[in-house]
Every structure is written in C-alpha cells, then in structure tokens.
Design a protein around this ligand. Structure first.
Ligand code: OAD
Length: 257
C-alpha cells in the first residue's frame, strides 16, 4: 500500500507507470467524484430548495414511486434539468483516452449522468442506470420517445403503467448483465483504477478487491482516503480531473508515443 498526495509529489512511482505501460487490459470504476468537477450535484446535494423538506427515501425507492409517482417523476425532471448545461471534464476525457490506449478496456460507472459516453467512452457498464433513459415501472422494458405534453408521469405505450427513470433505486438489485460483466472484466484485467467513489456500497467496495485478488495492479484516485485505501497497491490523493490526465500522459510518454 502506498499513498501519494499529487499536490506534493512530482509524478507517479516508476513501478506504477511500468505496470500501466505493460498492461494489456484496463478496468476503471467511477463514482460521483469524477463528475464533481463538471458541477454535477451529488444525489444528496440535489435535494435542496423546494425539495429540501424531503429525504432520499421519499424519491429513490419503488415504494416512493408507487405512493407518489408524480413527485418522484418531477424530481428526476428537475435533476435532468440541472444536468442540461453540464459537460464532461478533464477526468472524463482522460478515461476516454485510456480506452484508446488499451484494446481491452471497460469502464464501470455508478454515475447516471451519461458524461462518460459524451466524453467518448464506448465500453461502458452503467451499474446504476442512466437518468436520461426511461422504462416501464411494471414491465421493466425501455420506453423511448415520450411525447411532449404527455401526462405526468407518462404511461407505457404497451401496458399503460407508469414510466419511470431507468436508474437503480434503493431496495432494488443492480442490473444483471452489467454486474456479471463488471465482475468478469475485473477478474481478468491487468490494471484497475477506482476513481472518485467513497467505495462504501457494492460494487465500488467489491470490484477493486476482486481485481486485486486476481492479480491486477489496483490504483485508487480520490481527494481523500477511503475505506478501501489500505487494500490498494497505490492511492493517489488528488482531483480526478488533474490526476487522470497526468496518468495518461505519463503512460504515453513512457511508451514513446
Ligand atoms: P459518494 O458521494 O458517496 O462519494 C464521492 C467520492 O468522490 C468521495 O469519496 C469524495 O471524496 C470523492 N471526490 C469528490 N470530488 C472529487 C474529485 N474532484 N476528484 C476525486 N475524488 C473526488 O459517491 P459514490 O461513491 O458515487 O447510489 O456513491 C455511490 C452510490 O451511493 C451512488 O451511485 C448512489 C449512492 O447511494 C444509488 O443511487 C443507487
């Protein structure tokens, strides 16, 4: 275990760069911290203003939606609106660069804001869903093209049930394909980066350990130490928007590109 404060150190240890340079496969796991520099309000930050009298459980559970579908739908509309003018930051672009560097690359994200794809990542596993996608509450099938001016929440054209955002709520399982794939790629990668997540909940707490136990070199990037820091090969303390571009630059420089 090694902990480095990027603001005080000049660069990455030689071993780190060597491991990244020799690697053929790379997995990155991201959390809310990666979007922080884009100005995306975190889940809890979004419960402000007119919404501040409510708690998380009143918005992000199937029970909450059953009880008051209009309120939950409107809260997600409000959050979609907040995201309208937000763009990917240097951290997102560095992760997209990693996908170009490694032919075998997977990104596992807990973020629902879609910024990784906008930055250029293609092999993305959204394990908490995507706020821009909607699905039928009863049938669990994706519903596209909700007409403007539809009732709130809109109704599923197939069965008439309410449509809900395709995000994972509390008390709900994570999507099966995404999680199985995330475990598979984590257990066979050469290097693994866990970035901008408090790593408290599954899968953030588990996937880096799966990778480590299978022999990968595991790097954490966060502005502070987390519960899993002691189990990492290296923890870099710093903003993802600064650390990750420096990392890609160092890998490229070393391979002489
Ligand atoms: P958290 O809000 O729990 O943690 C964000 C992490 O990012 C913290 O560890 C911060 O220290 C770190 N951080 C903040 N700004 C940073 C920056 N610029 N650079 C690097 N690190 C930074 O968010 P997540 O770990 O994503 O689940 O939370 C995981 C899940 O818990 C969420 O997806 C949500 C929540 O309950 C669901 O909604 C299902």
């Amino acid at each position: 275990m090694k902990i480095i404060d990027i603001s005080k150190d000049k660069g990455f240890p030689e071993e780190t760069i060597t491991r990244f340079r020799r690697a053929r496969s790379c997995v990155v796991l991201t959390g809310a911290g990666v979007s922080a520099e884009s100005g995306v309000p975190t889940f809890r930050d979004a419960i402000t203003g007119t919404w501040s009298n409510f708690n998380v459980e009143e918005f992000a559970t199937p029970e909450a939606f059953r009880k008051n579908p209009k309120k939950v739908w409107e809260w997600y509309e409000y959050r979609r609106n907040l995201l309208k003018d937000i763009n990917p930051n240097q951290g997102h672009y560095a992760i997209a660069e990693l996908e170009r560097i490694y032919s075998d690359f997977w990104l596992v994200t807990q973020n629902i804001d879609g910024l990784h794809r906008r930055a250029g990542n293609k092999n993305v596993l959204e394990v908490h869903g995507n706020i821009y996608r909607n699905k039928c509450f009863e049938e669990n099938t994706i519903v596209d093209n909700i007409s403007v001016g539809a009732e709130i929440p809109p109704k599923c054209p197939n069965c008439g049930s309410y449509v809900r955002p395709d995000v994972v709520w509390f008390h709900e399982p994570l999507p099966k394909y995404e999680m199985e794939k995330a475990i598979e790629v984590s257990s066979r990668c050469d290097v693994f980066i866990v970035a901008g997540t408090s790593a408290i909940v599954y899968p953030a707490a588990e996937l880096p350990i799966v990778a480590k136990n299978a022999g990968a070199y595991v790097m954490e990037v966060n502005i502070e130490k987390t519960l899993i820091s002691t189990q990492m090969d290296i923890t870099i303390l710093g903003k993802t928007g600064i650390v990750l571009p420096r990392l890609t630059e160092s890998i490229m420089t070393k391979v002489g590109k």
